[in-house]
Structures are given as structure tokens and as C-alpha cells.
Design a protein around this ligand. Structure first.
Ligand SMILES: C[C@H](N)C(=O)N[C@@H](Cc1c[nH]cn1)C(=O)O
Ligand SMILES: [Zn+2]
Ligand SMILES: [Zn+2]
Length: 482
């Protein structure tokens, strides 16, 4: 295998310019799942991906997922699924990989230094562009793995099943049922022996990691309305009860400045931390400077690594995201908005059941609003929720990834959990009954979801080597360890 991998690595290096061009084309498609008017671009991105894989001889299908819930005028973007090689080799293992081809919203006016949908490479080989790290770079990583094997003339070590979706950043609408159906007998994913997802990040910038846990995410909106239309604050200020004033009272009662969730009962849902677990944190390669670098400031809640990591991986958090309907443009418009919708989410951890969290949230928000004795009207909704996931890293799937990572990077990876959420991870695990591994490509400074998102060229190119090597090590892992 060593000789094959050497030749594979050389080919990846020689194709690096082509791989960056492929990423450039993908970043140029603004596949923003949260913006209805961009739905055509999301579909275009899915078709681009399908086309790239078809050119390499993969069997690909674009499977419709139906209408978007609560937005029946919109078709969900298709699940792009495929198999490589097109004909299954029954003597080889089958690995199911997942990624997403949609991205978060981005506008130059948000504060980007370069156009978000034009890949821009700086003098330190940092490749800026929306989706570069989340998740177009990693998704194209699999395409590049196939191409590099072909160009190097190396036999592909496994059967690769692919599942790429276009709604991950909007709660993976429609995908759970699809995965469950296709993982069942006779379905497209029936043969999977293990799953691999590349859609998260290293903890720092130097040391790679394998990830075995994710937080869940329950996303809520609070709608407050009163007046029949927006009002002039000079004429009506002081005479009308203002929806935004009520909304701010409610939203400011959810969490304090140190990140403590103020909703009664939430803390009690969290599994107690064991002493054994507590000792894991000190050995993780992470420093407060890693955090400050990613934050771009020193405004952390804690000053120590253990508490910081535990707050990210092991405890729930509540974040306020924004207010729809509020005046947010530059200038000084003197308006009283008639209806405002506040958005917040709770990142959940073991053993929080999403339905229990919903009940506590709804009751608390309504109680706080009732205490205001406002004449306005409040409604609170769950927008979407995905459950947390924690897996066993003692599986051949993780062993193979650890060997591949060490081979490429020359260092044993850390085993980490992730503060973010990939709700379908648990679905893949439960529907296939197989182990799921998270094998990240990007690093902590990539600024996913933020302005100036980037992927370092070295993480992209070495990441393609890691993904490819992982498939070779998977092929070698003894079956008995399954
Ligand atoms: C970790 C992954 N790359 C990601 O960004 N996931 C999103 C998923 C999500 C949840 N609600 C909406 N999108 C995240 O963690 O925010
Ligand atoms: Zn992602
Ligand atoms: Zn994301």
C-alpha cells in the first residue's frame, strides 16, 4: 500500500491547480439554502457536483425530496447520490460518504474583505470564499480523490457510496426520511459497511483530529405583533405598546452574559460529567490562543482550556441570532416595527430530548411574556431541530482514519467532539446500523458561517490525501474488529 499511496500523493500534488479550479467553480455558485430566491443556484450546485462525478465515470442520480415544509411553493433541492465505481466490487468494503453543497448566506456588505462568491487566494495560500471550508472543499475532496486515483492509475480501494444534500444549513429538510428509506433493504445505501462525514473543523491550526460527537441544535423563533402597520415613532412613540420592546424583554431573559441558560429545567436534562470524562480534556491539543485567534479577540467567557472545551462540547448553549422585521439598515429611520420575530437556538447535548427542551422553552417564553402584561401578541415556534450524537471511536472506521491522518500529517490525531451540529449523522448511524466517523478537512481559523470564510490550500490538498488514504486503510482493516 505504501507505494500506491506515494504515487497517489504525487498525483494529488500535481493536480492541485486543477483541484483549486474545481473549488473556484463551486464557490462561484451562490447555493444559499436559507434564501428562497437562491434555490435555483442550490440546484445548479447540485447538478455541477453530479456532472463532475459523472465525468469521472461514477453512477449518479439526483433524487427529488419533495416540497419544502411551510414553503410549499418551493421544491427542496435534490439529494445527489452516487456510486463509484459504477459497478459494485463485492470483494471490497463499501463506504458511504456524506456532505452538503449548500452554504450560509454571504454579502460583501457584511464585512467581507473579498467577494464572497469569488475564490480569492492570498499570499499565504489561504483560499477565501463562502463554502470553501463548509462544505464545498471537503465535498469536492471526494471528487478529487477519485480523479487522482484514475490519473495515478491506482485501483480504487473500496466501493464508494455518496450522499450530498442541499439543505444542511437549513436543518436538512427532507433528508431523514430519504436516508431511512435508502438504508433499508433494497435501498441505495443498503450495502454501506461504515460512514464518513467531512464537515467539521480541527480544534486548532496545527493538529488534525477525528471527531466522535456533535451537539444537537433546536432553533426557535418568537414572533411579537401589535399595531396593524409600522408606525411613526414621533407620532406614536409613548402611546402604542411596541412589539420590539416586548421582544427584547423576552430575549434578554433567555441567557446571561456568561452563557448561562436562564430557562428553568434545562440544566437538569444534561447528563452528569464523570471524573473519567473530565480527565480527557487536559490532553487535548488546544490553547486559549487557538480560541483567541478564531474569535479575533480575547472576549472569551472562560480563561482556561478545560472549561472552554466543556462549554463547547459537553454543555448546552443558547445563542441569539437576530430579529426579522426590525430596522437594520444604515441611517436613522424613526420607525416602530409592527411585527418582529426574534431568532435563537439551543445547542443540545446528552441526554437532552428535543421534545423536552421544546416544552421548557415554550412555557418559559410564554410565562416571561405574560409577566409583561403587554397588549401585544406573542407566538413561539420551533423552526427545526436535530439531535446530538456521540459515537464510539473504538471501531475499525476510526482506526483507519487515524492511520491515514498520521501517514499524511506525521502526527496522531486528537479525538474530539464538536460544538456544531450535523443532524443527519445520527440518522445515518441509526438507519444503516453502522459506525459513523467525522473526518474534518478545515481548521479552527476557517471562519465557517462568518465573514471571510476560508480553507487553507494545505488543508485542502493534504485533506484530499487524507480522505484517499483513509479509503486505503479502510480496505486493510481486519473485519473482526467491526
Ligand atoms: C458543523 C457543520 N458544518 C454546520 O455548520 N452545521 C450547522 C447545522 C445547522 C443546524 N441548524 C442549522 N444548520 C450548524 O452547526 O449550525
Ligand atoms: Zn457544514
Ligand atoms: Zn455550516
Amino acid at each position: 500500500m505504501a507505494l500506491q499511496l506515494d504515487s497517489y500523493f504525487k498525483t494529488v500534488d500535481s493536480l492541485s491547480g486543477d483541484f483549486i479550479e474545481r473549488l473556484r467553480k463551486a464557490v462561484a455558485i451562490p447555493s444559499i439554502s436559507a434564501e428562497d430566491e437562491r434555490r435555483g443556484d442550490v440546484v445548479k450546485m447540485g447538478m455541477f457536483l453530479k456532472g463532475e462525478l459523472e465525468k469521472l465515470g461514477a453512477h449518479m442520480e439526483a433524487r427529488p425530496l419533495g416540497k419544502q415544509p411551510h414553503k410549499e411553493h418551493l421544491e427542496l433541492p435534490p439529494a445527489i447520490i452516487g456510486r463509484y465505481p459504477a459497478e459494485k466490487d463485492t470483494s471490497k468494503r463499501t463506504i458511504l460518504v456524506y456532505g452538503h453543497y449548500d452554504v450560509q448566506p454571504a454579502n460583501l456588505s457584511d464585512g467581507w474583505a473579498t467577494e464572497p462568491f469569488e475564490l480569492s487566494v492570498d499570499d499565504k495560500d489561504r483560499m477565501y470564499g463562502r463554502g470553501s471550508t463548509d462544505d464545498k472543499g471537503p465535498v469536492l475532496g471526494w471528487v478529487n480523490v477519485i480523479e487522482a486515483h484514475q490519473k495515478a492509475g491506482i485501483e480504487f480501494p473500496v466501493n464508494l457510496l455518496m450522499c450530498f444534500e442541499g439543505m444542511e444549513e437549513y436543518g436538512s429538510e427532507g433528508l431523514d426520511d430519504f436516508i431511512i428509506k435508502e438504508a433499508a433493504k433494497g435501498g441505495f445505501f443498503e450495502d454501506a459497511d461504515a460512514c464518513c462525514i467531512s464537515d467539521n473543523y480541527w480544534l486548532g491550526t496545527e493538529k488534525p483530529c477525528l471527531t466522535y460527537g456533535l451537539r444537537g441544535c433546536s432553533y426557535y423563533s418568537i414572533e411579537v405583533s401589535g399595531p396593524g402597520q409600522d408606525l411613526h415613532s414621533g407620532v406614536f412613540g409613548g402611546t402604542a405598546q411596541e412589539p420590539m420592546t416586548d421582544l427584547f424583554s423576552v430575549m434578554s431573559s433567555l441567557v446571561d452574559r456568561d452563557g448561562n441558560i436562564l430557562i428553568p429545567g434545562i440544566k437538569e436534562l444534561v447528563a452528569p460529567v464523570t471524573t473519567e470524562e473530565q480527565s480527557l480534556y487536559k490532553d487535548i491539543a488546544f490553547t486559549m490562543d487557538n480560541l483567541y485567534e478564531s474569535l479575533g479577540s480575547k472576549t472569551s467567557i472562560f480563561d482556561d482550556k478545560e472549561n472552554t472545551l466543556m462549554r463547547r462540547w459537553r454543555f448546552p448553549s443558547l445563542s441569539l441570532h437576530g430579529v426579522e422585521g426590525a430596522f437594520s439598515a444604515p441611517g436613522a429611520k424613526t420607525v416602530i416595527p409592527a411585527k418582529v420575530t426574534g431568532k435563537f437556538s439551543i445547542r443540545t447535548v446528552p441526554n437532552m430530548e428535543p421534545e423536552d427542551v421544546d416544552k421548557l422553552v415554550f412555557k418559559y417564553v410564554k410565562d416571561v411574556f405574560d409577566r409583561l402584561k403587554s397588549k401585544n401578541t406573542l407566538n413561539v415556534f420551533l423552526q427545526h431541530s436535530g439531535k446530538w450524537w456521540v459515537a464510539s471511536p473504538n471501531h475499525w472506521n476510526f482506526t483507519a482514519a487515524a492511520k491515514a491522518t498520521e501517514h499524511v500529517w506525521g502526527i496522531k490525531p486528537d479525538l474530539t467532539r464538536e460544538g456544531g451540529s450535523i443532524p443527519v449523522t445520527l440518522t445515518f448511524e441509526q438507519a444503516t446500523g453502522k459506525n459513523v466517523l467525522l473526518l474534518p478537512m478545515g481548521s479552527s481559523t476557517d471562519a465557517a458561517h462568518s465573514i471571510n470564510e476560508k480553507l487553507d490550500k494545505s488543508n485542502y490538498i493534504q485533506g484530499i490525501k487524507t480522505l484517499g488514504s483513509y479509503l486505503h486503510y479502510v480496505a486493510e482493516e481486519p473485519i473482526k474488529a467491526a
